[in-house]
Design a protein around this ligand. Structure first.
Ligand SMILES: [Zn+2]
Ligand SMILES: [Zn+2]
Length: 319
């Protein structure tokens, strides 16, 4: 299960009732933050999400509306006695930008591990102490993890990354299969967890006790960008597709093209082509007071569209 909270749904500059881009994922008691616009830590307090167990921060790009909240949040996490490592993923230039942003922080009681523009998928394993991350060759090589993170390069006015998170679902345990394969009962649980074990000179594998593959949960996050064909592949079959909808009005298409953003209609077209289950729009232009007014422009193309608002929560479960 993933618990998603939209902390801020604004683009450009903060408004009284709309904070800047930031989304928090809660997974197995640990947290992943995507983007950290100005005011993110205030939104966290307002929506009572907590910030202590944030182990991973994914930054899409270095425009202020996605990153100006980072020094403040990292500092507050330090003041809350955090000592565990924090990993930050972002596009080319991440180390340089972070060095600049962190100049004003004299001391942090934890280390920061930087992953710049990852080309390979990242396997994530959650445990009580935090998230363990490991770059892997491809998603199939991810037997012993809970989640696989992937990135895509987007078409914005600077280097920008989109993210997807796939939560794996273990196949069902089939006792008949375990018996048929003569697997000793005392190691059933180990194989059931997806681990391999050797006993009395014989190797036992998970497939000896498990049934067929089962579909997991896919969440994708795309902002800021123009629509591209690569995005369609990247988001395909997502349970939830969180996407920028900077402009609701179709008449703002030229603005969207010039500023490298999208209209609601364009986001809905991506959702349709990508065969996603649900589209959640966010990153609204400050010029748009009530994004709901333009909902029809997306619904017409993709009926399962939701207009995001600050504090909105979505629980994603296995289907
Ligand atoms: Zn933005
Ligand atoms: Zn931007």
């Amino acid at each position: 299960m993933i618990d998603v909270t939209l902390l801020g749904t604004g683009g450009g500059m903060p408004m009284v009732n709309r904070y800047l881009a930031s989304t928090l994922l809660n997974f197995k008691g640990r947290k992943i933050l995507i983007d950290c616009g100005e005011g993110t830590q205030v939104a966290m307090r307002k929506f009572k999400t907590g910030f202590k167990s944030i182990d991973l921060i994914c930054i899409t790009h270095f425009h202020g509306d996605h990153i100006f909240g980072l020094p403040g949040l990292l500092s507050t996490m330090g003041n809350s006695d955090r000592t565990e490592l924090v990993t930050i993923i972002g596009p080319y230039g991440l180390a340089k930008v972070l060095n600049g942003l962190l100049l004003s922080l004299s001391y942090l009681p934890y280390d920061i591990y930087i992953i710049e523009n990852p080309k390979k998928p990242i396997a994530i394993k959650a445990n009580k102490a935090g998230l363990e991350l490991e770059e892997i060759e491809d998603s199939k090589a991810s037997n012993n993890c809970d989640m696989v993170l992937k990135t895509i390069e987007l078409d914005h006015s600077c280097h920008c990354l989109g993210y997807s998170f796939y939560v794996k679902r273990m196949p069902k345990f089939v006792p008949e299969k375990a018996e048929l394969n003569n697997v000793p009962k005392e190691i059933w649980k180990i194989l059931q967890r997806g681990e391999t074990i050797e006993q009395n000179g014989k190797k036992y594998f998970p497939h000896m006790v498990l049934g067929e593959e089962r579909r997991g949960i896919k969440l994708s996050y795309i902002t800021d960008t123009r629509p591209t064909e690569e995005i369609v592949d990247f988001i395909s079959d997502s349970d939830l597709f969180i996407c920028e909808g900077t402009y609701g009005d179709n008449e703002d298409l030229e603005k969207a093209i010039n500023n490298k953003h999208m209209t609601f209609e364009e986001a809905a077209n991506l959702a349709l082509k990508g065969n996603v289950n649900e589209l959640l729009l966010t990153h609204f232009s400050p010029s748009m007071d009530e994004p709901e007014v333009y909902k029809e422009n997306a619904i017409r193309i993709f009926p399962k569209t939701i207009i995001g608002h600050d504090g909105m929560r979505k629980l994603l479960n296995y289907r």
